[in-house]
Design a protein around this ligand. Structure first.
Ligand code: A3P
Ligand code: MG
Length: 492
C-alpha cells in the first residue's frame, strides 16, 4: 500500500528526471521539474499541467509496488507528512544497516567477554550493568583519552562511535531532503566531546563509518553526497541536532541507538525517529535490527536467539530478523517492513504490511514487557501490579523501544515503566513508539491516564509516576486502577 499517490494526475517517465538517479526526489529537484512542466504548458495540453500556485500541494513520489520504478506526479492534496515519513523510513533503514555492521563486529571481537583492567579477571558483557555503562560512557565522553576502568574501551567507543555515526547520517539525510533551514533535530548525542581535538581517532572512525553508510545511499533511493563528507561536515550534521524541542514549531526527535546496553551486549536495541509539530508527535519510525523472526524468541537469551535465527530459514510469512515499523498520526494504520538485505534496492513501500495490536484483553493470557535493567524500572513494583491484575505470564524483559514495537506488532499486550523517583523520562525514548502503538490500535498514557506530553522540551514534563502502554483500553484501565491501589505502599 503506498502511503501517498492516492490520485494520479500524470505519469512521468523516469528518464525525464535525469538529474537524479534515485526514485526519491528531494524538494529542489521536484521544484525544478514542476517549473519545467509549467513552462512547457505541455505534454499535449493547452493548459499548464501544474500551476505554480498549486506547487505546494503537488507531490512527486514513488508509486505502487507493481509500478515502483516510475514516478508519479499528483496534483491532489498529498496526505500530510507522507513525504516526511518516507524520508524518515529510508533514513532509519540505512541507520539499521550501519548499526548491524558495527554490532556484528563488536560481538565477534568481544566474544561475550571483556577483561577487567583492575585485576585482569574476566567480566562478561552480560555482567556489565547500565550503571557501569553510564559511568564509563560519561568518562569516555568527557575525556576520550582516559582509559576506562574496564578494558571495554573498544566496546564502549564502538557504542559511542555508532551513536554519533547514526546521528550524523540521519541528520545529513533529513537536511539533504528538506533543506537545513527546515530541519530542526533534538537528539541524544552531544557533539562537544567528539569535536575535541584529542578525540580525533574517534572522529576519524565516525567520519569513515558515515561515509561508508552514505555510499550505500543509492541502494535506498537516495543520491548520497557527491564526494565523501569531511570532518567538518560530519560534525556539522551532528551539531545540527541542537534543538531544545518545545510546544511550538516542527522538530525531529532522534534516539540514534536506544538501548545502548542492549547494543553493546549484542542484544536488542532500536533506532527511533519521530517528528513533532506543535507539541504533538505526528509520525514515528522505529528500526529494530534484531527483532527476531518469531515472537517467542524475544524472550530467548541473545546467544541462543542468534543460533536459532541462523538455523531457521525465513518463510513466506516471515523474514530474517529485523524490521522497521512506522505510523503517521491520524492514519489509523501502522506498518512494518523487513530490513533491506544483500544488494537489493529499496523500493517504497518495501513490502510493507499493516500491523495491529493484539486483541487479547484477558490478563490471564496477556504478556507484559519491561526494561531488562531494574535500575530503569522497578521490577518488584510491576510484579505486584501483574499479580493484582492477574497477568500470569512471565514478564518479557527487552532492551529499548523494541518493547513498543512488540506491543504494536501484537507480540505482547502491556509495557510498563516505573523509573526511580527523580528520574525524568526523555522524549526520544518514547516519541516514535507512542504514535506507532496508538495508530496500531493501542493506548499509551502515564499512570494517571493522561497522554504523554511531548511539548515540554527534552523531558516528558509532568509525567505522572510511569508509562503504561497497552494493546487495549480494558487492560489499560485495570493497570491504572492497580497502580492507584498500590502506589502509596510502594517504595517509589
Ligand atoms: N535510571 C534510569 N531510569 C530510567 N530510564 C533510564 C535510566 N537510565 C537510563 N534510562 C533510559 O532508558 C533507556 C533504555 O531503556 P530500556 O531500559 O527500556 O532498555 C536509555 O536509553 P539509551 O540506551 O538510549 O540511553 C535511557 O534513556
Ligand atoms: Mg534511549
Amino acid at each position: 500500500m503506498p502511503l501517498f499517490c492516492a490520485n494520479f494526475a500524470i505519469r512521468v517517465p523516469h528518464a525525464l528526471i535525469h538529474s537524479r538517479r534515485s526514485n526519491f526526489i528531494p524538494n529542489h529537484v521536484a521544484s525544478s521539474f514542476l517549473l519545467f512542466l509549467d513552462s512547457k504548458k505541455s505534454i499535449g495540453s493547452s493548459k499548464p499541467i501544474v500551476s505554480l500556485s498549486k506547487f505546494n500541494q503537488t507531490h512527486l513520489c514513488s508509486s505502487t509496488m507493481e509500478d515502483q520504478n516510475q514516478l508519479v506526479l499528483t496534483s491532489s492534496e498529498p496526505e500530510k507528512y507522507s513525504k516526511e515519513l518516507e524520508v524518515a523510513v529510508r533514513a532509519v533503514q540505512m541507520a539499521c544497516l550501519l548499526c548491524q555492521r558495527v554490532q556484528d563486529s563488536l560481538v565477534s571481537q568481544t566474544n561475550g567477554q571483556v577483561q577487567s583492567k583492575d585485576d585482569n579477571s574476566p567480566v562478561t558483557i552480560a555482567g556489565f550493568t547500565q550503571k557501569m555503562l553510564q559511568k564509563e560512557m560519561q568518562q569516555l565522553q568527557q575525556n576520550p583519552e582516559i582509559a576506562p576502568r574496564f578494558s571495554v574501551f573498544g566496546m564502549l567507543s564502538s557504542g559511542q562511535h555508532n551513536n554519533w555515526s547514526v546521528q550524523a547520517t540521519v541528520s545529513w539525510i533529513l537536511t539533504e531532503y528538506f533543506g537545513s533551514e527546515n530541519v530542526s533535530i533534538i537528539a541524544e548525542e552531544d557533539v562537544r566531546s567528539l569535536s575535541k581535538a584529542d578525540s580525533s581517532g574517534l572522529l576519524e572512525a565516525v567520519v569513515k563509518t558515515v561515509n561508508k553508510c552514505l555510499s550505500k545511499a543509492p541502494q535506498f533511493g537516495h543520491e548520497g553526497p557527491i564526494k565523501d563528507l569531511g570532518t567538518s561536515e560530519v560534525l556539522e550534521a551532528i551539531s545540527r541536532c541542537n534543538s531544545t524541542g518545545g510546544p511550538t514549531g516542527r522538530f525531529w526527535v532522534l534516539d540514534p541507538v536506544d538501548g545502548t546496553l542492549g547494543f553493546v551486549r549484542g542484544d536488542q536495541y532500536a533506532i527511533a525517529l519521530a517528528l513533532i509539530e506543535d507539541g504533538e508527535v505526528v509520525l514515528g519510525v522505529l528500526g529494530c535490527p534484531n527483532y527476531p523472526m518469531k515472537k517467542e524468541w524475544l524472550s530467548y537469551q541473545n546467544g541462543y536467539r542468534r543460533i536459532m535465527s541462523k538455523l531457521t530459514p525465513p518463510t513466506s510469512e516471515s523474514w530474517e530478523k529485523g524490521c522497521v515499523i512506522y505510523a503517521r498520526r491520524g492514519s489509523g494504520k501502522a506498518w512494518i517492513q523487513p530490513l533491506l538485505s544483500g544488494d537489493k534496492k529499496f523500493l517504497w513501500p518495501n513490502s510493507a504490511r499493516q500491523i495491529q495490536v493484539s486483541s487479547i484483553d484477558n490478563p490471564a493470557f496477556a504478556t507484559f514487557c519491561e526494561p531488562v535493567e531494574k535500575a530503569n524500572s522497578s521490577h518488584s513494583f510491576t510484579a505486584g501490579l501483574a499479580h493484582s491484575v492477574g497477568l500470569r505470564n512471565q514478564p518479557l524483559r527487552v532492551y529499548s523501544m523494541v518493547k513498543y514495537a512488540a506491543i504494536a506488532r501484537g507480540h505482547a499486550e502491556v509495557f510498563m515503566k516505573f523509573a526511580r523517583a527523580g528520574y525524568k523520562e526523555k522524549i526520544w525514548d518514547h516519541a516514535a513508539g507512542v504514535v506507532i502503538i496508538q495508530e496500531a490500535g493501542g493506548v499509551v498514557t502515564d499512570a494517571g491516564g493522561r497522554p504523554l506530553d511531548f511539548s515540554g522540551g527534552t523531558y516528558l514534563e509532568g509525567l505522572d509516576r510511569g508509562v503504561i502502554a497497552c494493546s487495549g483500553a480494558k487492560l489499560h484501565e485495570k493497570i491504572i486502577r492497580a497502580v492507584d491501589a498500590s502506589w502509596n505502599s510502594s517504595s517509589l
